[in-house]
Design a protein around this ligand. Structure first.
Ligand SMILES: *Cc1c(COP(=O)(O)O)cnc(C)c1O
Length: 401
């Protein structure tokens, strides 16, 4: 334990305390497994908040990254490079859209979507300058920038960061009537997670997302789907919105798009909508860089086979079946989610989410708690059924008394 303790003490002394990591220090990882500095193995049931959908050290992704590292890694957008066109074309095609605006982190892509919607509102919809409104949902999580936390309802994420960016309207998630009532002529967009991840893997009521699509279309308002966590295979489909047969005006993607290797994010939309940008009006030094494009191209190729989505659907059915059985024992109160993604509300009498997470860690399983007594389960989609069952066995053991 000495090595672990030293590493943690040192991190605590020299890094800002904006996270409260579990007391484990990872040294290497492969597939769904991570190994710490003491040589102990842990099953990764978080997968970097779904950035690691294809697993740690995925051979195809690592090979693509290595090959690109030897060729060219950054040109900036001042010049074209030879992976850029393929990346944009293939990502647009995967999304059934026309254009891509690449960025790096999820928050940057959300910011880009906000800027796109406002510009579209002024230039195309004809909203009076400076009055555009974007409707968001309560309990959203869209990232950590000053503008994004301005429309968060999480006090922890928001407090002490004012003055806040105006132009956002917050309505309850899953409430179509409230959304309808909040719309005005100045509304340019509705920004939603199809499943609210950080809120505890909240799935909206059936028909809600299709209703949002109808309302936004009827009012000439853009539907922006933040699929940064829900997208790219996690729920058993390429996009969580597909479960409702819904196509948004704009996808916001991140996390798994970079395969857990490099940060890659993007806004994907129509030529009409992303066509609002002219040179100099938005950008990013690293956005769409050759290394990012090379890795993302491999991610897109893997998603095109459909095998990861199918795996997530099949293993997801199994996961939800097994978790469902646990609700009869009293320890598990509610299970939500879709595909290989679950929010599990543990009865508070069994401990906080943090305490459950620590007990699972002691048994070799890594998860992350979210609000209160909720833990979320989102292993890499490449996890074997045996490993998933072993992980669930540890959860059952922790909840047995
Ligand atoms: C993680 C996440 C973000 C922010 O992505 P970062 O890469 O951390 O900036 C935005 N939206 C959703 C739904 C997310 O899960």
């Amino acid at each position: 334990m000495a090595t672990t303790d030293r590493a943690i003490a040192s991190a605590e002394a020299h890094s800002a305390h904006n996270y409260h990591p579990l007391p484990v220090v990872i040294a290497s990882a492969d597939g769904a497994w991570m190994t710490d500095v003491e040589g102990r193995r842990f099953l990764d049931m978080l997968a970097g908040y779904s950035a690691l959908n294809f697993g740690h050290g995925n051979r195809r992704l690592i090979d693509a990254a290595k090959a690109q590292l030897e060729r060219v890694t950054l040109t900036s957008r001042a010049f074209h490079h030879d992976r850029f066109a393929d990346f944009c074309t293939q990502l647009a095609e995967l999304c059934g859209m026309e254009m891509v605006l690449p960025m790096n982190t999820g928050a940057e892509a959300v910011e880009t979507a906000v800027k796109t919607a406002r510009k579209w509102g002024y230039r195309t919809k004809g909203v009076p300058d400076g009055t555009a409104k974007i409707i968001v949902a309560a309990d959203n999580f869209h990232g950590r920038t000053t503008t994004i936390i301005s429309f968060s309802t999480d006090e922890e994420a928001r407090a002490d960061y004012g003055p806040y960016t105006p132009g956002f309207e917050i309505v309850p998630y899953g409430d179509l009537a409230a959304l309808d009532a909040a719309m005005t002529d100045n509304t340019v967009a509705v920004l939603l997670e199809p499943i609210q991840g950080e809120a505890g893997v909240l799935v909206p009521p059936p028909g809600y997302l299709a209703g949002v699509r109808e309302l936004t279309r009827a009012r000439n308002v853009l539907f922006i789907a933040d699929e940064i966590q829900s997208g790219l295979g996690r729920t058993g489909k390429t996009f969580a919105l597909e479960h409702e047969g819904v196509v948004p005006d704009m996808y916001v993607l991140g996390k798994a798009l970079g395969g857990g290797v490099v940060p890659v994010s993007a806004v994907v939309s129509s030529a009409e909508i992303l066509g609002v940008f002219r040179p100099g009006e938005h950008g990013s030094t690293f956005g769409g860089n050759p290394l990012a494009c090379a890795v993302a191209l491999e991610v897109i190729a893997m998603l095109r086979t459909g095998e990861y989505q199918q795996r997530a659907a099949e293993l997801g059915d199994h996961l939800h079946h097994e978790l469902g059985l646990m609700t009869t024992g009293g320890a598990v109160e509610t299970v939500r989610g879709r595909g290989l993604w679950a929010g599990v509300d543990i009865s508070p009498s069994y401990g906080t989410g943090r305490e459950i997470s620590e007990k699972l860690m002691d048994r070799g399983v890594l998860v992350k708690d979210t609000h209160g007594s909720t833990i979320r389960i989102a292993p890499p989609l490449v996890i074997s059924k045996e490993d998933l069952d072993w992980g669930l066995e540890q959860l059952r053991a922790v909840l047995t008394r």
